[in-house]
Unconditional design. Structure first.
Lengths: 325, 248
């Protein structure tokens, strides 16, 4: 119970720090939302609008306002020409956009990670077991070739050949799972493959190098001496302590993908979180951006917390360790 | 040992990284097959490996010697031949404003190489040290560092880069070099928490090993244990992810 409470306090602190940083950083970027809302306005009109949107207040005051709203569960409101609206009369709520975008990003993240891990883990284990063999070399070469392809290039190639030339799937748009399950997977197949391919190579390489080190450990020799089958040694004894780096990197990727994949989302016209964040930055939508960053931070903290728990489950040596004072 | 894994990690095959992770050098003959296979794998790069090495060498050579190579300046406009295909005078053709594409690619590679190598180094040094400290000492220090990592991970890279460049290099009078410097800093800042977390993860296990305990019982100080016993074992994981970061 105490641990949970500590984690929650840490979470709140991280959230506040990240959003505070972001609000000051974005404040330092020249230009503001009045230029996109009212491109042709007299300086006086612009001043009035800034006053209405509370942009003439200090970043501290605006940040305080945003935190106050967040404490009431209000993610804020997009700036509009009708002025800064309170939660009750907001025409364009940030929460509405998040409700649409976040599930899309989460799904994209989940499928991409699942695909990458399902392929990379067996490959990593087998190449480590057969290190130096023809199989290992060919898989490695393929992995490097895949690594060398930037995901946006792969996305464009897939969208053009599979989407437009072959006409198997529509290269743009998104279909909800509840609406049409088959269409849902068809629509997401290309973006998921584009995201996963590079990560397959990274995951496989990481697992392979950690696994090679683990296979030289005494406990593996011991297991072999007991006469256990190679499959059992690889999967039951060696895989768990070898997967820490892989797990860390996968956790980082999950965190990053909660915030969306800006380029991939733009290529396949999927309106996920990446699309919203890039849009909010470009249009200087401070309030919206802060809320998105808060969601992103929440994702990172939760995922990393989960990864920390998994470390202890995977490797008993971490579980039994104590802090060096 | 670390130097060895460093040089081989840059090459295509990192077979002897595994050999570098063997922490205790005991005089036990290696298990038949395993280590000898490792060695032969590092010696032979293979055709693909040599091609890759050659290509990297060519790119680095061109990037380093760009100013003295016989190519036109990247911002020189050949207004009579815009949008041309490859030709003897312009091997990669020209773009819409008549600039030589080969020259632009080479000068672009020059900028990318400097920025990526410097940023990754920056991230490796700071992220590595912080991750090592967090994973070794654990406890309160670890909690603080991990949460700082989380803060930096969650700030969108785009916002960070925009703000740093806007604040420190928005003046048009600011030199390209200075702008490059802030770009390096902002990319480096982003890579610190990533490398930090990875280093911390491997340090967590390596710091619990018998040889660390042995070193401590012999009276080695924490700093020495981290440097001499833990770091060499953590390096492969750090490099495997940091070197993958350079291309992007």
């Amino acid at each position: 119970m105490r641990v949970v409470l500590q984690r929650v306090i840490q979470l709140v602190l991280v959230l506040l720090l990240v959003t505070l940083f972001t609000s000051f950083l974005i404040d330092a970027v020249p230009g503001d939302v009045t230029y996109t809302l009212a491109p042709v306005a007299t300086p006086q009109q612009r001043e009035d609008l800034r006053h209405e949107l509370h942009l003439d207040r200090s970043p501290f005051e605006r940040y305080g306002e945003w935190v106050g709203g967040l404490a009431h569960g209000d993610l804020g409101c997009y700036y509009g020409t009708s002025g800064y609206s309170t939660a009750s009369s907001c025409p364009d709520k940030v929460a509405d956009r998040v409700k649409d975008a976040l599930p899309i990003s989460l799904m994209l993240m989940f499928y991409a990670q699942l695909l990458a891990l399902v392929i990379a883990i067996p490959m990593g284990v087998l190449t480590a077991y057969r290190a130096g063999s023809m199989f290992d070399k060919s898989v490695n070469t393929t992995a490097f070739a895949l690594l060398a392809i930037p995901n946006f290039v792969l996305a464009l190639v897939l969208a053009y050949y599979v989407g437009t030339q072959l006409g198997w799937v529509d290269p743009t748009g998104y279909i909800d799972f509840g609406q049409d399950p088959v269409g849902h997977f068809q629509q997401l197949a290309l973006p998921v493959i584009s995201l996963a391919v590079g990560q397959i190579a990274v995951y496989m390489r990481l697992l392979r190098s950690d696994m090679i080190a683990t296979l030289q450990e005494d406990f593996v020799t011991m297991a072999r001496a007991k006469g256990l089958s190679p499959a059992r040694i690889l999967w039951r004894h060696a895989l768990r302590p070898s997967s820490l780096t892989l797990l860390t990197v996968a956790g980082l990727n999950v965190g990053a993908l909660i915030g969306g994949a800006v380029v991939i989302e733009n290529i396949f016209v999927i309106h996920g979180m990446g699309f919203l964040i890039a849009d909010a930055i470009a249009r200087r939508q401070y309030v919206a951006l802060q809320s998105y960053v808060a969601i992103l931070a929440l994702g990172y903290v939760l995922v990393n917390f989960f990864v920390d728990i998994l470390y202890a489950i995977l490797d008993p040596r971490i579980r039994h360790a104590r802090a060096i004072a | 040992m670390p130097e060895q894994s460093l040089s081989s990690a840059t090459a295509v095959d990192d077979g002897d990284i595994a050999a570098g992770t063997q922490p205790l050098v005991l005089d036990i003959p290696p298990v038949e097959g395993e280590v000898s296979v490792e060695k032969s794998a590092t010696k032979k790069l293979g055709i693909v490996g040599w091609l890759a090495m050659f290509w990297m060498g060519l790119v680095i050579f061109c990037a380093v010697f760009a100013p003295i190579l016989p190519i036109p300046a990247p911002d020189k406009h050949f207004i009579l031949n815009t949008n041309e295909g490859p030709s003897p005078s312009h091997p990669m053709g020209t773009d819409g404003t008549g600039q030589d594409m080969l020259s632009r690619v080479i000068w672009g590679a020059r900028a990318s190489l400097v920025v990526s190598v410097a940023a990754v180094l920056f991230g490796l040094i700071f992220g590595g040290v912080l991750g090592l400290i967090a994973g070794y000492y654990r406890g309160k220090l670890d909690t603080v560092l991990v949460n700082i990592f989380n803060v930096f991970l969650a700030i969108p890279q785009l916002v960070l880069a925009l703000a740093l460049v806007a604040v420190f290099a928005s003046d048009p009078a600011v030199s390209v070099g200075k702008r490059e410097f802030w770009l390096i800093i902002s990319i480096g800042l982003v890579s610190i928490p990533i490398i930090g977390r990875i280093t911390r993860a491997s340090t967590l296990t390596w710091a619990q090993r018998e040889f660390v305990l042995a070193a401590r019982s012999m009276g080695a100080k924490n700093g020495r244990i981290m440097r001499r016993d833990v770091l060499p074992n953590v390096l492969p994981a750090m490099f495997s992810i940091a070197l993958l970061g350079i291309p992007s």
